[in-house]
Design a protein around this ligand. Structure first.
Ligand code: AKB
Length: 330
């Protein structure tokens, strides 16, 4: 009775009879745990199932439903959808840009074969499916400042190629089969949880290193401008977009962003909290990836169609990260 009441109170979406049952794949990546927390507040703890192939920490296991799910095992996925009566699928499993370049065959399996499985699954069981895309879905031939919603997409990483593939496949399934496919192209998402394997990771690592050691060696040049967003805004975008009625959406894939900055500009803001920290620069292979990506992301279509409006600017982001990373490493 108590759980039911909590669920009903938490559930604020209009136009739906009951809270959706949501399955999150790749749940132990950068966004999964925070996303589950966010959506459980909204739809009830038991209605959001986190999944991965990794053994969770006790904290994660105690937070709500957690199950084993291998996105490369189609039958296993079918069983989960049937047993748990899943309505919405949030598909986070992916190898990011830098790590993907180190193991292309694995990235093809996880990012492309995995996508084939979940999209067929969503079609068979009529699920609403959310797949994140990225600024990495653009390449050196795309306009970089600003990068509009519809433009040339010729990425040069396997991560980017797999995301363009996911976008096109999702749009195709929408038009051909009426699949409720939804996709947001995220910029670098900044959270106190380590991301692992991305090109935008410096903007997280810098907080951890500076708070722990007082200095940071950056693998990008000081003037490398990239679009970014705090995880709070990423989850707000995801949840608002998932709830948006189909009638107001003019497309299935939208650019979203909050801000753009360079390592130099970020470091400058951080000196307000730690005036004497040291930053040095030693660009590596990730520089070439960053140089092919958007510098400023045009998300005006998301703002117009479903009222996307980010809340965290660069000053807020630095303040939040200082606090959150301090708590994490304490
Ligand atoms: C990465 O750097 O690979 C990701 C992304 C921007 O998609 N954070």
């Amino acid at each position: 009775q108590k759980t039911l009441l909590t669920n009903l109170r938490a559930y604020s979406v209009k136009n739906l009879q009951k809270p959706p049952k949501i399955l999150i794949t790749g749940g132990l990546g950068q966004l999964g745990v925070e996303c589950a927390k966010y959506l459980r507040q909204k739809y009830g703890q038991q209605n959001v199932i986190l999944s991965d192939i990794i053994k969770p920490t006790l904290d994660v296991a105690n937070d709500g439903p957690y199950i084993f799910a291998d996105i490369l095992d189609f039958k296993g996925l079918q069983k989960i959808v049937v047993d748990h009566r899943v309505d919405w699928l949030i598909h986070f499993s992916a190898l990011l840009s830098a790590i993907g370049e180190q193991n292309v065959p694995l990235a093809v399996r996880v990012n492309i074969e995995g996508m084939h499985n979940v999209i067929e699954l969503a079609k068979q069981y009529k699920l609403r499916i959310f797949v994140p895309s990225t600024i990495g879905a653009f390449g050196p031939d795309s306009p970089r400042n600003p990068t509009p919603n519809i433009t040339v997409q010729r990425p040069r990483t396997i991560y980017g190629v797999s995301k363009v593939h996911a976008e096109l496949l999702g749009e195709y399934y929408y038009h051909k089969f009426g699949l409720d496919f939804r996709c947001l192209r995220f910029p670098g998402v900044i959270s106190s949880d380590p991301p692992g394997g991305g090109t935008t990771d410096y903007a997280i690592a810098i907080f951890h290193d500076v708070l722990r050691k007082g200095h940071y060696q950056c693998y990008l040049k000081p003037d490398t401008r990239l679009p970014m967003m705090h995880v709070r805004d990423a989850l707000k975008a995801l949840s608002e977009f998932l709830e948006a009625p189909n009638e107001i959406l003019n497309r299935r894939c939208y650019n979203v962003t909050s801000m753009s900055f360079t390592p130099e500009e970020l470091a400058d803001k951080m000196t307000k909290y730690i005036p004497d920290f040291k930053i040095t620069y030693m660009p590596d292979a990730r520089q070439e990836i960053a140089d092919s990506w958007p510098q400023v992301f045009d998300d005006s279509e998301a703002r117009r169609d479903w009222n996307w409006n980010p809340k965290v600017d660069l000053d807020n982001l630095v303040e939040l990260m200082m606090r959150e990373v301090k708590d994490k490493i304490a």
